[in-house]
Design a protein around this ligand. Structure first.
Ligand code: 5AD
Length: 446
């Protein structure tokens, strides 16, 4: 068998896409290898969301150039968002690259690799194509938790973001195809799925007949053998009362929700074209907590967006404290080619971005630590993942609210079991606990 080495940068959808590519090439007699020096084909799945992500790819391509010098037959491909965004420019900057293809061409990866090998010339394939559901996967993809792409693309046009140019318009997969994929995953041992989309809560609007994420939850919930449903990432703009009710009512949907805020300042939100104010965002949080008091919330924040002043930044700090997030991802604003914000004249200096990033992380540490501390003494449902990373004598799993829990349960429970654990220590980044007695477990409710 020929050997394929895959290098994946970026988001969960990239991980998902890489597995589809591995599955499709497996059908063409390629097996995966971890050793890049042994590969016949190396594919780099890329991210374009920030400049740093792109720098990593070009530095990796520099390393691969040396490998190619030793092995002229090696095929090097660049796929994903950078491929779609930069197209021929990638080959100009990195002539060792033989193949460039965007996400619409993933379904044709086998044919593209074969053409490069046959014709011996560089191929750039970044045309639009209809969305197709690919369920091919490598044997290694059978696992407890899996991603399932349900829609792709984004039409929100936030002024900082390159995604509308890399993933295209919002296009959804039909619910039947998604349910079939989840059933196949469950048959392979999967117990938890994360439904993926760049604006996952806009799911289904483009289908005929139209549907929505709430209806999809109900259908996926019916898959026997599945324990948990998560979904990411959502946009406050499409967060409807119907979806909030479904998060409360559909039993397998976990009490964990990622809702990017980006900034706490109305002035910056407007310049970002986010389509909501901080008051509207707070109303959504109130409605969510009203429906599901145990909900864990996480968010994304950009610091140093053009024109952001210290007063704007203070509003962001205030929102983090007010909402009380369980997890916050902080990013320094990065100028992306072709986006409106890149052309704004009042760019923030790198030192100010770095300073706000550092200060915000301190706030995040305090706020998320307080949220974690609240869980001490509670008995929580845990899906057992494997051995604890810190102490292989213990087991590890995650709560429905997505916290890592380490506990001593060897000999009593197995990986894939759902158990109840009483939290004895709530550390900032993980919980420790002991297996709950049956009485404690009975007290527990969703
Ligand atoms: N600069 C910095 N962060 C960005 N994000 C998206 N575009 C940019 C950018 N140009 C962040 C947003 C988004 C997350 C996936 O990446 O916070 O929610």
């Amino acid at each position: 068998m020929a050997k394929l080495h895959l290098i994946t940068y970026g988001c969960q959808m990239n991980e998902y896409d890489s597995e589809r590519v591995a599955g499709l090439l497996r059908e063409r007699q390629y097996e995966l290898t971890d050793d890049e020096t042994a590969a016949d084909v190396i594919l780099v799945n890329t991210c374009a969301i920030r400049e740093k992500a792109e720098d990593k790819v070009f530095s990796k391509l520099g390393e691969l150039k040396r490998l190619k010098a030793q092995r002229p037959g090696l095929v090097i491909g660049v796929m994903g968002c950078m491929a779609q965004l930069h197209q021929e420019t990638i080959v100009r900057r990195a002539p060792q690259v033989d193949l460039v293809f965007g996400s619409p061409a993933i379904a044709r990866v086998g044919e593209l690799v074969e053409r490069v090998q046959r014709e011996g010339r560089t191929l750039v394939e970044t045309r639009e194509a209809p969305l197709v559901k690919i369920t091919a996967k490598p044997a290694s993809a059978d696992r407890l938790k899996a991603f399932v792409t349900v829609m792709e693309g984004c039409e929100k046009h936030c002024t900082f973001c390159v995604v509308p140019r890399t993933r295209g318009r919002e296009r959804s997969h039909p619910p039947e195809a998604i349910v079939a994929e989840v059933e196949q995953l469950v048959a392979g041992g999967c117990r938890e799925v994360t439904l993926l989309g760049q604006t996952v809560n806009a799911y289904g609007r483009d289908l005929t007949p139209p549907t929505d994420l709430a209806e999809l939850f109900a259908r996926v919930n019916d898959v026997a053998g599945l324990s948990r449903i998560r979904f990411t990432t959502s946009n406050p703009y499409n967060l409807t009362p119907k979806l909030i009710a479904a998060m409360r009512d559909v039993p397998k949907v976990c009490e964990w929700f990622h809702l990017p805020l980006q900034s706490g300042s109305d002035r910056i939100l407007e310049r970002m074209n986010r389509g909501y104010t901080r008051a509207q965002y707070l109303d959504l949080i109130a409605a969510l907590r009203d429906a599901e008091p145990a909900l864990a919330l996480s968010t994304d924040i950009i610091v140093g967006f053009p024109g952001e002043t210290e007063a704007d930044f203070a509003e962001t700090v205030n929102m983090i404290e007010r909402v009380g997030y369980d997890n916050v991802f902080v990013f320094r604003y990065s100028r992306r080619p072709g986006t409106p914000a890149a052309a704004m004249s009042d760019q923030v200096a790198d030192e100010a971005k770095a300073d706000r990033n550092r200060r915000l992380l301190e706030v995040v540490e305090r706020v998320t630590g307080q949220r974690s501390a609240r869980l001490a003494g509670r008995t929580m449902e845990v899906l057992v993942d494997g051995l604890s990373r810190r102490n292989p004598g213990e087991l590890a799993g995650r709560t429905r609210c997505n916290r890592v829990v380490n506990f001593d349960g060897r000999g009593q429970v197995a990986v894939g079991d759902t158990v109840h654990v009483r939290v004895t220590d709530a550390l900032p980044h993980s919980l420790r606990g002991t297996l709950a007695t049956p009485e404690e477990a009975v007290c527990w409710s969703k």
